[in-house]
Design a protein around this ligand. Structure first.
Ligand SMILES: C[S@@+](CC[C@H](N)C(=O)[O-])C[C@H]1O[C@@H](n2cnc3c(N)ncnc32)[C@H](O)[C@@H]1O
Length: 520
């Protein structure tokens, strides 16, 4: 992440997500403050440390510490290779006590100002009620003790506002999925997910299953009979309730994160057991391991669950996919929404969503940080690129995949123009692992019927320590040309695709590797 999403926002395209990012901006600062308070950057700076080692020296709970580090990683303040965690250069420069460049105390000072921020409205307001609250140190306490019913209604209304935004996007993704009813929405809040999805399924009845107080609030929020067309509300606790019927679709939207892994898995298994033949499970949630539109949100949401619930946590999509598979639910697709959550579709046709978006998701599932669908004219080729290899790179002439060998920019142009759909891929070092991911993605595309699938990589070939002396590559099957070695202006191509690249300034700086999949 180069800057916070909302800082990057285009004033002409401000939307719901912009406001949601503003509303959760304090999560970012809390992660920074807590990490400074725990002295994590100091412990991480000496050399790489494992979670066990760090929890020992910093005296932390290993599980909670892992969740905090994962959020820091998404915010580009720590990095990990395998099991070993360390500071990024920014953290090492500014956040390690004792260094001349340390600024942690300054950032912590920002935190001391924070409690007063919660009184901003009453400070500004002339309303008597608010001004009184402003002087009253028990203001928050008073609010939290207000009538439970009113608070519950506020909570249900807030959830409903959010889910309405998501439901439109989910309906779009599912519009070509052949779903059959009846539809069960477990923990479905005030029912807006059902209102958005039911029109996709002809003559479908639905059950909104919720805790009694939420059902009561839902009817208060939606008092009209027409709001409940084809929707029956059913009160109960999903953990213990026994159902008399089977369902064609079971939706768990923002539900599993209320529970720890063991319970979440059992609840998912119960949901699977409620499906009729060929039934589909839909899971919509925040996933810490997804690199969607807002890659850090899942990890930050997980911390919110850690702080605000008994044992809630955002489960990784790959864990849920494993649970689904062992429950017999295949195929399982994962589609990132246009906002900050993702949708898992298990047991469906395997073709939910738009085909290009599906390939972008497949690319992300192969471990790329980002994947952007582009057309051939986004790729810029130029004669100067290979000349920069000749005058400026000490690898020139030493590698069989690098200039002066390989394709000229004209040959590359010709090749790229013979495709319609390309995917630009962003990853991280090490180069060998990046190359392996590219090859795996190319193979997946080929096996899926894209017979022209071909990848361009980044940097000198990493397959062998040294190329053979007889000028013949030992691995024509596995070697692929790098983008720049083929005359592609990677910086300009990335910029046109909306990916910011800048020259690496220092040795430990965050490095982005770019690759390119020619799909069809
Ligand atoms: C975060 S809200 C999500 C609401 C809605 N599905 C959405 O996506 O916005 C989780 C909902 O699950 C409900 N819930 C949690 N545990 C439940 C249980 N054991 N049985 C029934 N409902 C439950 C809560 O009442 C709450 O409304």
């Amino acid at each position: 992440m180069t800057c916070l999403d909302f800082q990057n926002s285009d004033p002409t395209h401000k939307n719901f997500q912009y406001l949601e990012d503003l509303a959760t901006a304090y999560w970012y600062s809390e992660v920074l403050f807590a990490s400074l308070e725990l002295n994590l950057f100091e412990h991480l700076d000496k050399e790489g440390v494992t979670i066990d080692g760090l929890s020992h020296v910093a005296d932390c709970h290993g599980d909670a510490l892992f969740r905090l580090l994962r959020a820091l990683e998404k915010m580009a303040l720590v990095a990990r290779y395998g099991d070993v965690w360390f500071n990024t250069s920014l953290a090492s420069f500014c956040l390690v006590p004792g260094k001349e460049t340390y600024m942690g105390d300054f950032f912590l000072y920002r935190r001391y100002m924070q409690p007063n921020w919660s009184r901003l409205a009453c400070r500004v307001s002339r309303k008597e009620r608010l001004s009184r609250d402003c002087d009253d140190s028990a203001a928050l306490e008073k609010i939290s003790n207000k009538d439970y019913r009113a608070r519950n209604l506020r909570y249900v209304t807030a959830m409903d506002t959010l889910v309405k935004e998501k439901a439109r996007n989910i309906a779009q993704i599912l519009k070509s999925e052949p779903l059959k009813g009846p539809f069960l929405d477990v923990g479905g809040g005030a029912g807006s997910m059902l209102r958005a999805l039911l029109p996709l399924i002809p003559q479908c009845n639905a059950v909104l299953f919720e805790l009694p107080e939420v059902i009561e609030a839902a009817h208060e929020l939606y008092p009209e009979t027409s709001d409940w067309n084809c929707i029956e509300t059913m009160e109960g606790d999903f953990r213990s309730h026994s159902f008399d019927e089977k369902f064609g679709v079971v939706m768990l939207s923002n539900f599993l994160h209320a529970y720890g892994p063991q319970e979440a898995r059992e609840l998912l298994e119960k949901a699977i057991s409620l499906l009729s033949d060929h039934g589909v499970i839909l899971i919509h949630d925040y996933f810490p391991d997804r690199a969607g539109k807002n890659p850090e949100k899942g990890a930050l949401y997980d911390l919110t669950m850690m702080l605000n619930t008994y044992n809630g946590c955002c489960h990784e999509a790959r864990d849920i996919a494993r649970w689904l598979k062992s429950g017999g639910m295949t195929p399982c697709e994962i589609i990132d929404l246009d906002t900050d959550t993702s949708l898992m579709v298990a047991g469906g046709s395997g073709k939910a969503g738009d085909p290009l978006k599906a390939w972008i998701n497949i690319a992300r599932n192969h471990g790329f940080e980002r994947a952007v669908g582009i057309s051939p004219d986004t790729v810029v080729t130029a004669p100067w690129v290979r000349k920069k290899c000749q005058w400026g790179c000490d690898g020139f002439g030493k590698n069989l995949q690098c200039p002066p060998r390989g394709m000229s920019h004209k040959e590359t142009r010709e090749m790229i123009d013979s495709y319609e759909t390309l995917i630009l891929l962003e990853g991280t070092p090490p180069g060998k692992a990046f190359h392996e991911k590219l090859l795996a993605l190319e193979k997946t595309a080929f096996m899926a019927g894209f017979h022209k699938a071909f990848v361009f990589g980044a940097g000198p070939c990493t397959l062998c320590p040294r190329c053979s002396d007889d000028d013949t590559c030992r691995h024509h099957d596995l070697a692929r040309p790098a983008m720049e070695a083929s005359g592609i202006d990677v910086y300009e191509t990335a910029a046109r695709a909306g990916v910011r690249l800048k020259p690496v300034q220092k040795k430990m700086d965050y490095v982005k590797y770019m690759g390119l999949l020619l799909l069809k």
